[in-house]
Design a binder for this molecule. Structure first.
Ligand code: NAP
Ligand code: BGC
Ligand code: ZN
Length: 353
């Protein structure tokens, strides 16, 4: 069967034929429908994040998948069920407590591999196999956009952690600042705009589809070249929630200054090491004196996938149509992984339902 893979020492993905996998006991065989592309895929291709499976010369890409059960094997699924796979799997040296508790998303990096990202093949193949516990069934009508469930689940988990950190007092956020107008940032804008006033920070000139996306959701675009994060309070207002999705390391510090007292910042970006100076006294003092919180959040689990399916069903059709700017056939994936100003979200299609 065909896969979209990256070989060791290559700088571009390619179509690579591999044998179709056979499901082992407890696994189902899934026919892939669509797989989404995000910033992490670009980081993996560029070699800045993740790694190859042990002993393999290539990595099958893709972690945002939706498919149809082709062969349920001995699982409780039925042929034709629409499923979304979670990303994390036990590491090569075996199961650990995080997996045993169903909390793989809380495992440290050495306690897991990630399909399509780090140490395990992904889902950009005509078929894939997966253990039953890592497949989440979704309603048939969500199949075409089911590849959005994984990224939505990333935000579900981050918001759950942020909310939990504010659970000891009455916290009713009504303003949010999303940092980053990539696909994760914009998906989060669409999610938050249902219940809050949302600002979204980018570094693009108009006209730009991401700015149009933000404004179509009722949000306000902030250009970080004119208004850096720490100046948002003066230029606009202090916000209850910051959602960082730029991977720009200074935002891990300046997010705190954009928060109103008692606010929380959720950090999602995955930057490379970068040394810079900060006023540690100001940072520490404001953190404490204004009862602020910051949470880091990576990955997501089956519970977040299930909530994400409900969210996907609830998101306005216009937002989803504006977000997914292209769906390409896998045989002609071409520049599907390249970032471009006119592309928000790309999905690669392997088959139809
Ligand atoms: P992406 O497409 O690369 O988006 C990042 C966006 O941030 C880009 O649109 C970029 O603008 C913008 N940006 C970067 N620096 C900026 C700055 N200084 N000021 C204003 N805007 C800035 O990536 P993504 O898929 O949306 O993901 C966002 C980040 O979250 C990435 O770091 C990714 O690795 C991470 N991520 C983490 C998780 C998790 O589980 N924690 C899950 C998914 C993704 P331009 O396009 O104009 O350059
Ligand atoms: C994926 C997560 C993964 C994270 C770190 C994200 O793009 O959506 O599932 O845990 O990257 O590798
Ligand atoms: Zn991702």
């Amino acid at each position: 069967m065909d896969t979209i893979s990256i070989r060791k020492d290559a700088c571009e993905p390619e179509l690579l034929e591999v044998p179709r996998p056979e499901p082992e006991p407890g696994q189902a065989l899934v026919r892939t429908l669509r797989v989404g592309v995000d910033g992490t895929d670009r980081e993996v291709i560029e070699g800045g994040h993740g790694g190859f499976p042990e002993g393999e010369e290539f990595l099958v890409l893709g972690h945002e998948a939706v498919g149809v059960v082709e062969d349920p094997n001995d699982t409780d699924f039925e042929a034709g069920d629409v499923v979304v796979p979670t990303v994390r799997r036990p590491p090569d040296d075996g199961e650990n407590g995080y997996f045993a508790r169903g909390e793989a998303d809380m495992a440290p990096p050495e306690g897991t591999v990630e399909r399509g990202i780090d140490g395990a093949h992904g889902f950009m193949s005509e078929y894939f196999v997966s253990e039953e516990r890592f497949l989440v069934e979704i309603p048939e009508e969500l199949a075409a956009r089911g590849f959005l469930i994984e990224p939505i689940s990333i935000t579900e988990k981050a918001l759950e952690l942020a909310d939990a950190s504010r659970s000891t007092f009455e916290w009713d956020p009504d303003t949010a600042l999303v940092l980053g107008n990539g696909s994760l940032g914009l998906l989060t804008v669409a999610m938050l705009a249902r219940e809050m006033d949302v600002y979204c920070l980018g570094r693009r000139d108009r006209p730009d589809p991401t700015i149009e996306f933000i404004e179509a959701r009722g949000g306000t675009y902030i250009d970080s070249r004119e208004t850096p994060v720490e100046e948002v309070p003066e230029a606009y207002e202090r916000v209850d929630l910051v959602y960082e999705a730029t991977g720009y390391a200074k935002h891990a510090i300046t997010s705190l200054y954009a928060l109103a007292p008692n606010g929380v910042a959720a950090l999602l970006g995955i930057p490379d090491p970068w040394e810079f100076e900060i006023d540690g006294g100001r940072f520490h003092r404001e953190f404490v004196m204004e009862n602020k919180a910051m949470v880091g959040s990576v990955n997501s689990g089956p519970r977040h996938f299930r909530t994400a399916a409900d969210t996907l069903a609830d998101l306005p059709e216009a937002a989803l149509a504006d977000l997914v700017t292209r769906v390409v056939d896998y045989r002609e994936f071409g520049d599907a992984f390249e970032a471009a100003d006119d592309i928000i979200k790309t999905a690669v299609q392997f088959s139809e339902r």
